[in-house]
Each structure stands twice: as C-alpha cells, then as structure tokens.
Design a binder for this molecule. Structure first.
Ligand SMILES: NC(=O)c1ccc[n+]([C@@H]2O[C@H](COP(=O)([O-])OP(=O)(O)OC[C@H]3O[C@@H](n4cnc5c(N)ncnc54)[C@H](O)[C@@H]3O)[C@@H](O)[C@H]2O)c1
Length: 358
C-alpha cells in the first residue's frame, strides 16, 4: 500500500456492523490521508473486537463522548437508515465533518432539516454513494462533461440477484454480529418493497443523477410476481434527457447492473460488478470522432477507500467534493418516494411534490 501522508484525517466510525466491517474500517486503515482514529458502538463485544482487529486508537460506547473528543476530525455514520439524520446533525453541531451512509435519510422532511444543519455548520457532509468512486463511472462522467455533447438518453439498471449471498459471503470478511447491537424500533425488512427501494433504489438513482443531472418527475410501474420485485421507471430529467430505470430484486441470474448512454458525439455502455468484488466497472466509451472505443482499466477498484480519501481531500486540502452532497442525498430520497407513490397511483409524480417516506 502507498505510505500514509503526514496530514491525515482522524475518523471515528459510528457503528461496527456489516458495512463498517466489510468496508469502512479497512478503508480508513488503508487510506493514505486518513486514520481509523475511533470506533463507537453500543455493543461492547463488537466494538472491542473490531478495535483490536483494525487497530483503532480509541473506542467509545457513547456517541456524545466520541463527538466531544477534540482530536476527532470527522465521523463515518454506518448505522441503520433511521439513525442517519439525527447522528449527522449531532456530529455537525459538535463541529465534526460527516460521511453518512446512504440513503442519507428516510423521509423528505428530515433530509430538509439535515440540509439546514449542514448549511448552518459550514462543515462537509458527504453521502456514501460510493459508486461515484468507480473509475469506470468517473471516466464516463468526464466523457459526458467534456466530449459527448448533448445527452440524449440514459438507461440504467440495478438488479440484485438470488445468488448474491453466496457471492458476498465468499469475498467479504466474516461479518461478526452482536445481540447487543442497536437496531431501529421497526424491523427494516418487515416491508420488503420499502426495504429494497431504500437499500438498492438509491444507488440506481444516484448513478442516473451522476450522469444526467436532476430528475424532475417519474412514472413507475411495479411488478411483484414469483418473488421478484421489478420497478420500471420512466424518468424525466431537467435537461430533457430521456430516462429509463430498471430496479429489480431477486432476479434469477448473476448480479446485473449497468447503463447505456446515448449522446451527440458518442455513446457509453457500462457493466458494473457486485461491489464486494472491488472491480471497476467495464465502461466502453465510443467516440464518434475517431470511431473507436476506449475502456479504462481502473486497477484500483476499492470504491469505499477512494471515497474516504476523497472526503479527506475535501476537508484537508479544500479539494472540490467529488462525492454526493446533501442536495444529491435529498434528491435521491425524493426520487425514491416519488417512485413509490407513482407505482401505487399509476400516475407520474413530480419530485418537488413528494412528502414523507418511501
Ligand atoms: N454503500 C453500501 O454499499 C452499503 C452496503 C450495505 C449497507 N449500507 C448502509 O450502511 C448502513 C448500516 O448498515 P449495517 O447493515 O452495517 O447496519 P448494522 O445494523 O449491522 O450496524 C449498525 C451498528 O451501529 C450501532 N449503532 C447504532 N446506533 C448507535 C448509536 N447511537 N451509538 C452507538 N452505536 C450505534 C449498532 O449497535 C450496530 O452495531 C445502512 O444505512 C445501510 O443502508 C451501505
């Protein structure tokens, strides 16, 4: 690994659960410009085991005490979705920068409250839409911005599959669980339609917005048959780009994620892998000018570590934010709510009109 830089962001991770174990602890320890300074979890067994495994300098069982630590620069919020907004606001009010897991919130209203808190604090809040740190997607984004000209149409799909657990179990570290972990009062998986939208829909929406910008309205249809959830969404982008999103869960095939983009001066075809393979998407960029296709290798496919490094650069070096900000996080939640309402009503729903949660 490259040597650590002299100036490093001291990060405290709130939550020692699945995503912290599979991504954030390692990302902080490998990052050139950040350190895993502290771990906070109410589950004593989990917290202490993870602190030893990953070499965190400090551990806290109480979030307020971690936030009161003057040597802590920033937090990664790696808790269940309903805790994201209150935990983010607490950190901002304590003068800490925040990298919050996706989705940034579960209702439109709480995201607006968080947006106000971010603006008042003057601190950085980045949302953990880590696909923005896939070198293939970044190459596509640069081509769209610099060479492709008018973006005519975008299709994107995110299909989680029935074989995903054997795949992820094989490549992730053993995930340690604890009976003492703090869980939301309602089981998030009690309503699978809502759970799948929050867990997966926000990735798909963020990818679409990353390439084609703001979404104005959606018209969604949902099929729930044979244990397969399938949302087909007709998307109106503010730019006039024609959009179609396919969110399917329990698809009977391999992990299936990607996008097609048609522009004035070229096209882009992308195939994205299950994130736990840490493999950069295969993105073929066709330039009309020379009639040739270009594909970046992206040897470094550690999206989560690259996300933390970029977050740290924004704070330490005042580099522009490459990740999703609070406006992107809010827009993603609005789009998920709009898709849910549209699937129920059969009507087109404007994002500006939605309230409540998915
Ligand atoms: N970006 C991705 O690819 C990706 C993948 C999986 C999960 N996620 C997101 O990560 C988040 C966390 O998911 P998870 O499955 O790791 O959750 P989890 O429930 O397994 O772990 C959360 C941990 O946080 C602790 N915790 C919660 N509130 C606390 C508090 N106030 N003080 C101290 N400890 C507290 C709990 O005890 C628990 O151990 C979710 O929002 C999920 O959507 C993102």
């Amino acid at each position: 690994m490259p040597a650590k830089q002299e100036r490093r962001l001291r990060v405290g991770v709130l939550g020692a659960g699945q995503i912290a174990q599979a991504a954030h602890f390692e990302s902080c320890t490998k990052a050139v410009n950040a350190d895993l300074y502290a771990i906070c979890d109410v589950a004593d067994d989990l917290r202490e085991r993870m602190a030893i495994t990953h070499g965190a300098q400090k551990t806290y069982n109480d979030y307020d005490r971690m936030l009161a630590d003057p040597d802590l620069d920033a937090v990664i919020i790696a808790t269940a979705d309903p805790f994201h907004v209150p935990a983010s606001i607490k950190a901002l009010e304590a003068g800490k920068h925040v990298l919050c897991e996706k989705p940034v919130g579960v209702t439109v209203e709480e995201c607006h409250v968080l947006k106000e808190a971010v603006e008042k604090s003057g601190k950085i809040l980045q949302v953990g839409h880590m696909k923005r740190f896939d070198a293939g997607l970044q190459a596509a984004k640069s081509f769209i911005a610099d060479e492709m000209g008018e973006l005519i149409a975008l299709k994107a799909w995110y299909c989680d599959n029935t074989h995903r657990y054997p795949m992820t179990d094989a490549v992730q570290p053993l995930i340690v669980t604890s009976a003492n972990a703090k869980k939301p009062s309602e089981n998030p998986k009690a309503d699978l339609r809502r759970y799948y939208m929050l867990a997966h829909g926000c990735h798909l929406i963020d990818t679409a917005r990353y390439f084609a910008g703001d979404i104005v309205s959606v018209h969604a249809r949902l099929s729930e048959r044979a244990g397969i959830w399938c949302w087909f969404v007709d998307v109106e982008f503010a730019s006039g780009t024609l959009g179609h999103l396919d969110l399917t869960v329990q698809v009977r095939m391999d992990w299936h994620e990607g996008f097609q983009i048609y522009g004035k001066n070229g096209s882009v075809l992308g195939k994205t892998y299950n994130p736990w393979y840490y493999k950069t998407s295969d993105v073929d960029i066709f330039r009309e000018a020379d009639g040739a296709t270009h594909r970046v290798l992206g040897a470094d496919g550690h999206f989560y570590r690259r996300q933390v490094e970029s977050f740290a650069r924004t704070i330490l070096d005042r580099a522009p934010m490459e990740g999703a900000d609070i406006n992107d996080g809010l827009a993603s939640v609005q789009a998920m709510v709009a898709i849910a309402r549209s699937a129920e009503s059969g009507k087109r729903v404007a994002l500006a009109d939605v309230t409540g949660g998915v």
